[in-house]
Structures are given as C-alpha cells and as structure tokens.
Design a binder for this molecule. Structure first.
Ligand SMILES: Cc1ncc(COP(=O)(O)O)c(C=O)c1O
Length: 364
C-alpha cells in the first residue's frame, strides 16, 4: 500500500519515540483489556464529529478495526448464522465471516447510494439475518457515503427484523467535506448499532489501534477482545492519545482530507488523459480509492499479469466479493503521491487494457 509521511505525523513519531525513551518500562507494560482511558476519552470526544454521544467507559480499544469487527461478530453470531454484507465490500470482513463459519449474503451496493435496501428487505423476508455489516461513510471500495435517509431506513429495518448493524467507520473521518456525515450509531436509541473504527487509515496501519463501541454487548465484546489479544499496543495508544489531546490529530485530519480530495481529482484527470478504452470510474466523497470498471471481456487479473514486470499492481475487483464477481473491475489506491511514477502506472494500465480489449474483440 502506498504510504506517505506528512509533516503532520511528526508529532505522533515524537511521542512514540519519547514514550519509549523516557518511560520505556511503562510503554512495555500491557494496557488494560479495554485500553487506555485517556485514548478512550479522546475517541469519545472525536465521535462528536459523527454526532455520536458517548463516554470513555462505552469504548473498547482493539488491535485495528479488523479485530473490532471480528470480536463483534464472534459476540453476535453462531456457526451457520447469516450475515449480510455490501457487494462489492471490504475483503477483510469476508475472510472473518468465512473463518467463523458464518453464511455470507451479498447485497448489491452502488457507488452513490450504497447497500441496496430494497434487495436487503426482500432477503429479510426470506431469511433470518443476524447482522448487516456496512461501511457507510467513505466506503471501501466505492467511495460513497449513504444518505441520512438511507441510514434511518437501515436502522428501521434492523429494529423491525431484529438484527444488529455493524457500522464500520474506518474511513469516517476522511470525508472531503466537513462536517462529516452522521454515523448510523448517532440515530440509534435501541442498542442496534455496533460502531467500529480505526486509526489505520487516518494515522498509520502499523499502529494496529482501532476501537469498538459495543452498546449492550459490552461484556461479551470485552471478553472476545480478551480472548483475541488481551490488550493492544501500549505505546501507540499513549502516543495517539497525546496527539489528540494537543489537537495535532485534528490538524492532521484536515490536511489528509484535503490531500485525498486533491489526489482523487488528480488521479481521475490522469485516467481521462491516458485511457484509450471506455471505462467507468467512481466519484468518491471521501477516502482514497477509485473503483474502475473496465470494458466487458477485459479481466482485472489479466491486466495485473500484463503490468507485473513494470512493478504496478492494482486490487482486482474479484476479491471484493465472496463469489469472485467484479472480475472486470480494479480498485486504485490514491493515498500516495500522485507524481510522474503514478502517471506512468496509469499509462501502463491503460496500454494493458487496450491490448486486452483488442484481443477480446478478435475472439468474439
Ligand atoms: C473498510 C475497512 N474496514 C476495516 C479495515 C481494517 O482496518 P484495520 O487495519 O484497522 O484493522 C479496513 C482496512 O483496509 C477497511 O478498508
């Protein structure tokens, strides 16, 4: 994954290293299972941006959002239960569900509205669904944010059909416009929404710090967290808490939101400049991914094979579904520098697609 250090990360690095130097013994000790109180206080404050009212006591720190989702699913579901997911959707979730022996129901998701609620409703009339996992704000891979009206409708369905909503807010703070959309959890007064988040996309994936707001499932999820990893990286928790207390995290977020908005615009301009063949591309409202639909008959895996020697690889669409759909789609990560190397990569992809398209046409 392209990863870029911006000067706004200096403060995080400073606190990470000074904690190790000055309080090494403390930093090497393990934290409580629920995680650093100061960090939980700061997360609770930050959640005001998503209009979620909560206290530090309602949050559990996890090792990334992956662990938050995994602990949540282990608390809610049993083997052979059915869980609905967005399709295309984040592949990490699909892997958790498969590992837990949970049946995955894929519900089509579109680049503007998100999960298709009409299709979900039909499925709810046929099956008992234990949970619906959505990534409604700055979605990976499609870049949409669900409208407030659709968030309400999903919550109403959860109440009517007695299922949990697992709200994955990993990219929530990366909306291009401010204020960010309200989290579904902010409308929830019945304890139907389990909100999960992370610092992996806003700060750094290697910190492995995420969190969950488990609502009525607090004890169950805390126990799952204990079984899963005991506690999360102490020094990272302390360093993040410090930069949040000082306001450096918020300054960093402002910079990253701006950077990703510009990156997406630049990357789309490069696609327009270099692509010879017809394609469809998303218009994200946050995050840093573009989802590209290639001409029919051109397979993303063939494109990746063709550009392997040039050191360029994009995420193949098929990993974003259980059934290996989206074989003609590519997800482009635009979080790194949009420089001449990026432009060369776009040109390589375009050349490979054009070649493969002419081959597929001659085979028709
Ligand atoms: C939508 C989504 N949810 C969860 C995760 C996992 O996040 P973490 O690295 O914090 O475990 C990712 C990581 O790519 C993601 O894209």
């Amino acid at each position: 994954m392209p990863y870029v250090f911006t000067p706004t990360l200096d403060s995080l690095l400073k606190h990470l290293s000074s904690d190790f130097k000055d309080q090494a013994k403390h930093a090497l000790f393990h934290e409580s299972v629920m995680g650093s109180l100061v960090l939980r206080e700061q997360i609770a404050r930050q959640l005001a941006d998503a209009k979620v009212k909560c206290s530090a006591e309602e949050i559990i720190i996890t090792s990334g959002c992956q662990e938050a989702i995994s602990c949540t699913l282990r608390s809610i579901c049993r083997v052979n239960d059915i869980v609905a997911v967005e399709s295309p959707g984040f592949h990490g979730v699909i892997h958790i569900l498969k590992a837990l022996g949970i049946k995955v129901l894929e519900v089509p998701s579109d680049p503007v509205h998100g999960i298709n609620l009409e299709t979900l409703e039909i499925s709810l009339s046929k099956y008992k669904i234990a949970a619906v996992i959505v990534n409604p704000t700055n979605n990976n891979p499609l870049g949409f944010s669900m409208s407030s009206e659709r968030r309400h409708r999903l919550l109403k369905l959860a109440i009517a059909h007695d299922f949990y909503i697992v709200e994955d807010d990993t990219y929530g703070d990366l909306s291009f416009s401010y204020p960010r959309p309200r989290a579904i959890a902010s409308f929830d007064v019945c304890g139907r929404v389990i909100l999960c988040g992370s610092f992996s996309k806003t700060l750094a994936p290697g910190l492995r710090i995420g969190w969950v707001k488990p609502g009525p499932l607090y004890q169950l999820i805390l126990h799952e967290k204990y079984i899963s990893s005991g506690s999360s990286f102490t020094a990272a928790q302390k360093a993040i808490a410090k930069i949040m207390q000082k306001g450096d995290y918020q300054a960093h977020l402002r910079r990253m939101r701006d950077r990703y908005r510009q990156n997406i615009a630049k990357a789309k301009a490069l696609l327009e400049k270099h692509f010879i063949t017809p394609y469809n591309v998303t218009s994200p409202v946050g995050g840093y991914y573009l989802w590209i639909e290639l001409p029919k008959g051109v397979l993303a895996d063939d494109v990746n094979r063709a550009i392997l020697d040039e050191g360029v690889q994009l995420a193949s669409g098929r990993v974003f579904s259980v059934g290996g759909d989206f074989v003609s789609c590519l997800r482009m990560n635009c979080s790194g520098n949009i420089d001449y190397l990026f432009e060369e990569a776009v040109a390589s992809v375009s050349r490979a697609v054009a070649k493969l398209q002419s081959k597929s046409l001659t085979l028709l």
